[in-house]
Write a protein that binds this ligand. Sequence first.
Ligand code: BDR
Ligand code: CA
Length: 344
Amino acid sequence: ARKVILDCDPGHDDAVALLLAQANPAIELIAVTTVAGNQSLPKVTHNALGIATLAGITAPIAAGADGPLTRQASFATDIHGESGLDGATLPEASVTLDPRHAVDLIVELVMSHEPGEITLVPTGPLTNIALAVRREPRIVDRVREVVLMGGAARTGNRTPVAEFNIWFDPDAADVVFSAGWLVTMAGLDVTHQALATAEVAERIAAGDGPVARFTTELLAEFGRRYHDVAGFAAPPVHDPVAVAIVIDQEETARAQARLVQQDPAQSEPARSDEHVEHVEHVEHVGIVRAPITIETAGRHTTGMTVVDLRPSAPRDVPTAVALTLDAGWFWGLIIDAVTTLDTA
Ligand code: BDR
Ligand code: CA
């Protein structure tokens, strides 16, 4: 299974990302770190501990940055409420907070594992990850890949062109996107395909258990707010898309390994131009390599992810953008995760 550090700011959709990462056998969740974003650091950390209690997460949970590198924090209270997770009832936390700072924990884990072992999955602002790169630049060569929720190649949400996580701390995003490691961006282009429709909500509500009830409450409130604030008929459940990409990578690699076992001639897959465009070939998400830079100084565009999708743009770059999602597959993963956690 892929070893993952989930860096998050729960957050309704971060909560679903945590459930998925904990339940899916393709992932081994080795740490959860929190960062200010949707709400203040104490609030999102409190939420993370409650979700961990509900989901049986035993990986260490550590709190990190309480605000952007240089700018003023501006939380997403309109979408996530005063608590950061309004409308969903959390159990009293029995999980305790790790005493280490999230940045120290990230550095420690990456440096003590083999190169290529750990995948970072940030689903909040990139402050912790940028601080970790600054603290220990050698993590850049040791991390397998960064698969993050953030950004938008086309239309933003916090501003016409900027997505919330990147807009909240563009300086941190700049550090992360230009570090030289592989960064796969699951931005709004793909997460707006992960809509919790009434049909999806009904399937989750049909489940019997505390995780199904929690997820049902959470999606109902998220849906109301996304409708009232942003005019969506169904809410986009952004953050678990980044987790799903890592699951897809692992499942695709396992399927390939099985093929090779059956027929060693398969070990050298045909290399077409199309393959070169993919960071790692996956089955259910369309991912394309493209240069991505972060606008940190725009008059109207601060926090924009500038994605070069021109046909002439170089493809031999370490950044990639997810553009299409098999939503049926994605919701199947979420429903399986809820069921697994409720039967555990
Ligand atoms: C992102 O912003 C947050 O409000 C969500 O949790 C998600 O990570 C979507 O723009
Ligand atoms: Ca988030």
